[in-house]
Design a protein around this ligand. Structure first.
Ligand code: IMP
Ligand code: MG
Length: 369
């Protein structure tokens, strides 16, 4: 991710993909023009990198020139494009190929057509590296289009945001989603994780995704993913991470306008933590923290034994089983503590005290994210 001025951008089109696209365009244009010696006209400033790479790859003799146009944002008239440097040579009878970095509304292209109307060129062709079909409002033909992209703001490879970003060799896309607060909630059995998750989701309008609940929901409702997961469970095998991630993804998608997510019961391994990072990245978001409730073993044992007396849960009645579950918890989560600590995202919170006190401590962490 990169930051230019006040905005964040994420990697969108790699250097390799750009270069392969430029090569495709070169091949198509060289084939069409046969033995013509074309004049390539770049539209400054944005096209300087594209034109440079393009003509370096062009296999036959050609000429290169530039015109410089500027649109004045901030002025009321949206069609106000100024010619800063016009054509400096006579192009009568020549085959001209316009090389544009990007065609958006088509405003610039309209001005290009105005410029060439009286030039008596033999042929005027338009080639653009990037094209936003959803934004295009004109009907000039685009003869060669490198990559069609969604109507989102991009920078790099000649394109700028308020002066910055032209020098980047790859393309980055503006991150548009609102800030979300996403965290992974951990706590040994008996730490009060479920209780706290309930409070926090209300207080911060978050969606609580408990992997156990998600599994049970998918299996009960016989969703495709639920059936897939069940087929592994029936064989006594672990459900592959990808299946779990796909289920979580569906949950995240269902709640596209959430202010954030509390992940509960996932991840359990490094690979899962990485998969979760990737999933959040695809949503233009990220995991902000791993928050772990810390409670002394003896307190946990007492709490669980107490709970066992009233709940009748067999696994809460036997002290050995309880101690074993706590041990398992620390064994499994140690890796994740390391994973999130390495990113400065681990927060341990004292889980002993009144429910309100603990909610307060957790809130202090969340507020700081
Ligand atoms: P059009 O005149 O609306 O087709 O837009 C063309 C010009 O707008 C380009 O030459 C760029 O200067 C600018 N532009 C359009 N979209 C973008 C973008 O996503 N990033 C940076 N500049 C853009
Ligand atoms: Mg341009």
């Amino acid at each position: 991710m990169i930051k230019l001025h006040d905005l964040h951008f994420k990697p969108f089109i790699s250097e390799d993909e750009i270069q392969a696209t430029v090569q495709h365009m070169v091949t198509a244009i060289a084939n069409d023009l046969q033995d013509e010696v074309p004049v390539f006209v770049g539209i400054l400033n944005g096209s300087f990198m594209f034109v440079s790479d393009f003509v370096k790859k062009y296999p036959k003799p050609c000429e290169v020139t530039f015109i410089k146009l500027a649109s004045y944002e901030g002025l009321k008239s949206t069609d106000d494009i100024q010619r800063l440097v016009g054509l400096t040579q006579d192009l009568t009878g020549r085959t001209v190929v316009i090389l544009e970095d990007i065609i958006d509304s088509g405003k610039t292209l309209a001005e290009v057509h105005r410029i060439f109307k009286n030039e008596n060129v033999k042929e005027l062709k338009i080639a653009t590296l990037f094209y936003k079909p959803e934004a295009y409002k004109k009907d000039f033909k685009l003869h060669y289009v490198g990559i069609e992209i969604p109507n989102k703001f991009i920078v790099g490879y000649g394109l700028d945001y308020d002066g910055l970003g032209r020098d980047l060799p790859a393309i980055y896309q503006l991150k548009t989603t609102q800030h979300m607060t996403n965290f992974v909630l951990f706590g040994p059995p008996g730490a009060g994780k479920g209780t706290q998750a309930e409070f926090l989701k209300e207080k911060y309008s978050l969606v609580h995704i408990s992997t156990g609940d998600v599994f049970r929901f998918n299996i009960k409702n016989e969703t495709a993913l639920g059936m897939l997961a069940k087929s592994y469970m029936d064989k006594g095998e672990l459900v592959p991470d990808q299946v779990t991630i796909d289920m979580l993804n569906a949950e995240v998608e269902k709640n596209a306008d959430a202010k954030g997510f509390i992940f509960d019961g996932f991840p359990r391994t490094n690979a899962q933590a990485e998969a979760l990072d990737k999933l959040m990245d695809q949503k233009d978001s990220q995991i902000n923290a791993m928050i772990a409730l810390e409670v002394d073993d003896e307190v946990l044992v007492q709490r669980l034994l107490e709970r066992g007396k009233t709940s009748g849960r067999a696994d809460d009645a036997d002290e050995n089983i309880i101690r074993n579950r706590i041990k398992e918890y620390y064994k499994k989560t140690a890796i994740l503590k390391d994973y999130y600590s390495a990113q400065d995202k681990y927060y341990g919170v004292d889980g002993v005290g009144s429910i309100e006190d603990i909610t307060e401590r957790l809130s202090a962490v969340i507020d700081s994210l």
